[in-house]
Design a protein around this ligand. Structure first.
Ligand code: HEC
Ligand code: HEC
Ligand code: HEC
Ligand code: HEC
Ligand code: HEC
Ligand code: HEC
Ligand code: HEC
Ligand code: HEC
Length: 455
């Protein structure tokens, strides 16, 4: 199923600097092949003298950008700086760099999914339907989310307002952390440039023209490579750590073992939708969650193949904005069926369903204990200085996610030692605090929970 782009080698600048006409058509899988879905994208375009000026001047001033752009497929199709960075004078993001001062051309360093949409409408549509878009930055900027608790976390607590910090550094934790993974909201100064460290941002970043999404999180600029996005490293910058250790789980799974030992020999550059087993011998994150495989087409909606919500405090089958879990489950099974037989697939599906049920059983028990304490006034108002509530957070947000995601993606160490083993330990500590408070009818003075939580 391998199909490669015709790569023309080094771009010869003398030719592209001259005004030229290019016709670009998509490499499509053959009609009748399982992953055939036509993309009617034919572009006839000219590179203007202005577009070539951006490139020639920027090759002196920002050679690093021009060099990586040259390595990408879009440069070969003469998609230039001009196509992505020039905006209308009336755009809220319009400004001018020193090279175009005094001309009628306006640019912006900010480029959202809306720009890509002109030429990649299908990818952008799917992306915008996914949890990577609006929902992702909502976690960081939506004051209504959890009654403003997340905003308070970022500024008051992590930003140290609660001990008297003021000034721009109260924003430092958000700008260096949450925003770089989730995205936030760009704020503009009078010169139409971003202020308050509000740009750049992560996957669901929101732009001043109302558009959403930063496509460079998986296809980094300025190469915008499909091969890069297919590798697990493309997801690893965000999907890691104690609360969603997906790259760690992958690395310890059999799939990751095969990727780590044989990945260098794999074919990463097959045409979109035509990257199939044989090009690789084990799946990467992209294979299971996004890429075309067998009869499934590529999707930029990472929610499409999911059944469970494995991230929130109680796992439920996905519905509404989070996708359709009943439709998603059979799609994920179709991914596995390219390489596994029905007996093992049935076992893996049942293992995940059981792991979800076990986690939910613990969570329901924790909720019941919390309700009993609340009814007797035995919870502190500030959950971050109340041992019981701190443990409940770790039960869900750290150990509980590790157990569920470890079980979903065959990472036995995360499912067990960082997962269910920890859950049972945390639960017993919560029980002890619950029982002590009921017996003594008071809250213990100091939290017994270490600030880093159980790891
Ligand atoms: C296919 C679209 C595309 C093309 C072509 C393109 N860019 Fe970009 N560029 C982007 C995107 C996307 C970003 C990230 C914007 C964001 O985070 O909002 C970006 C960011 C930038 C930035 C700001 C980030 C930084 O590192 O300072 C500069 C400067 C820039 N591009 C210059 C150029 C130049 C010069 C060229 C031509 C050689 C070019 N770009 C070609 C899409 C493009
Ligand atoms: C004659 C040289 C020259 C030309 C022509 C030129 N630029 Fe620039 N550009 C610069 C320099 C120098 C900078 C660094 C910041 C500055 O001096 O304004 C820059 C900065 C930028 C930035 C980053 C702005 C920021 O706020 O970080 C972008 C994006 C950009 N140029 C895009 C373009 C595009 C698109 C074109 C073509 C329409 C273009 N430039 C034409 C020299 C040039
Ligand atoms: C003016 C039209 C145009 C715009 C705007 C545009 N693209 Fe493209 N893009 C193309 C064309 C044409 C190709 C196919 C190049 C080829 O096959 O040689 C392509 C190919 C790609 C590829 C596949 C590269 C590979 O390695 O196979 C990616 C990824 C991509 N674009 C991402 C983006 C992103 C992200 C943006 C917005 C920041 C964007 N494009 C904006 C026209 C555009
Ligand atoms: C290293 C990247 C990273 C950082 C930093 C980060 N997150 Fe997340 N966050 C993620 C990922 C990845 C998920 C999705 C995990 C999953 O689906 O299992 C997530 C999930 C969430 C969720 C649950 C999904 C939802 O939207 O309801 C919330 C809420 C959230 N993060 C808020 C925050 C806030 C607030 C901050 C900063 C205080 C933050 N995150 C920092 C990567 C990050
Ligand atoms: C979560 C990571 C991720 C994000 C975010 C992402 N992509 Fe992709 N993209 C991929 C992967 C993986 C592939 C390769 C799919 C395959 O194997 O065929 C791909 C392929 C593509 C292609 C090649 C054609 C196709 O559909 O397979 C284009 C064009 C593209 N992406 C554009 C975009 C645009 C535009 C955005 C922003 C809206 C974007 N991507 C955001 C991971 C991502
Ligand atoms: C720049 C950071 C970033 C990158 C890179 C990234 N993600 Fe995510 N991803 C997130 C965040 C943040 C969330 C949580 C969104 C929310 O708040 O609901 C998330 C959520 C998800 C979800 C769950 C969606 C939901 O609604 O619950 C899946 C599945 C996912 N990502 C897969 C991937 C895959 C596969 C890749 C790589 C091809 C990838 N991600 C790359 C940040 C990222
Ligand atoms: C063998 C296929 C496979 C591979 C490889 C894989 N995943 Fe998954 N992933 C799954 C399955 C199956 C689920 C659970 C689906 C369900 O809900 O039934 C899942 C769940 C997830 C979730 C939880 C979504 C939520 O919030 O409920 C995230 C996030 C995620 N994967 C990201 C990744 C990342 C990042 C990688 C690579 C480091 C990766 N996955 C590798 C199959 C895979
Ligand atoms: C591209 C092929 C491919 C796909 C797709 C794939 N796997 Fe695998 N998987 C393998 C290979 C190869 C092994 C290693 C078998 C061995 O241990 O020798 C493996 C091993 C496993 C293992 C470890 C147990 C064992 O058999 O050794 C589990 C569990 C597993 N896969 C589950 C899944 C699930 C669930 C899916 C779908 C969500 C999936 N796989 C998709 C190729 C694949």
């Amino acid at each position: 199923m391998k199909k490669h782009y015709a790569v023309t080698g080094e771009l010869i600048f003398a030719t592209i600097l001259a005004v030229m006409l290019t016709t670009v058509a998509w490499a499509e899988p053959e009609a009748g092949s399982p992953s055939f879905h036509p993309k009617e994208l034919v572009i006839k375009r000219a590179m203007s003298e202005e577009a070539s000026k951006c490139i020639s001047c920027h090759s002196k001033h920002t050679p690093g950008i021009v060099d990586s752009w040259k390595l990408g497929k879009m440069a070969h199709a003469s998609v230039t700086c001009y196509d992505c960075h020039v905006v209308d004078k009336s755009s809220p993001m319009a400004s001018q760099c020193s090279g175009i001062k005094g001309t009628d051309t306006y640019i912006s360093p900010m480029v959202s999914s809306k720009t890509c949409e002109r030429c990649h409408p299908q990818e952008v549509k799917e992306f915008l339907q996914s949890g990577h878009a609006r929902l992702s930055s909502a976690a960081v900027v939506d004051a209504k989310k959890l009654n403003g608790k997340l905003i308070r976390l970022q500024h008051d607590l992590e930003g140290a307002k609660f001990i008297g910090n003021t000034g721009s550094s109260t924003n430092a934790s958000r700008a260096s952390g949450c925003q770089m993974c989730h995205g936030g909201q760009v704020e503009l100064g009078p010169d139409h440039k971003p202020i308050n460290n509000s740009w750049p941002g992560g996957v669901g970043h929101r732009y001043p023209d109302g558009s959403i999404g930063n496509c460079t999180v998986c296809h980094t600029r300025h190469q915008f490579s499909v091969a890069e996005a297919r590798k697990p490293e493309a997801c690893a910058s965000c999907h890691l750590g104690p609360d969603h250790p997906d790259i760690e789980i992958y690395t310890e799974s059999k799939h990751g073992q095969i990727f780590l030992t044989h990945g260098e020999e794999w074919e990463w550059d097959s045409a979109p939708d035509a990257w199939q087993p044989g090009d690789y011998t084990a799946p990467t994150c992209a294979t299971c969650h996004m890429s075309g495989i067998g009869e499934l087409s590529t999707t930029h909606n990472i929610n499409k193949r999911l059944k469970w919500d494995l991230v929130h405090p109680k796992s439920v089958i996905r519905s509404g904005e989070r996708g359709d879990g009943n439709a998603g489950a059979p799609l994920m099974r179709k991914v596995c069926a390219n390489c596994h037989g029905p007996t093992q697939i049935a076992k893996e599906v049942a293992t995940l369903d059981d792991a979800v049920a076990l986690y939910n059983f613990y969570w329901d028990g924790a909720v019941k204990m919390k309700e009993e304490l609340a009814a007797k006034g035995l919870l502190k108002k500030d959950p971050w200085s109340d041992g019981f509530q701190e443990l409940m957070y770790y039960l869900w947000h750290h150990a509980g996610r590790r157990a569920r995601q470890g079980a979903a993606m065959n990472g036995p160490d995360y499912a067990h030692w960082h997962g269910f083993f920890q859950i049972f330990q945390i639960y017993k500590d919560m029980q002890a605090i619950h029982d002590w408070r009921l017996k003594n009818n008071r809250i213990e003075e100091l939290s017994t929970v270490m600030s880093t939580g159980p790891v």
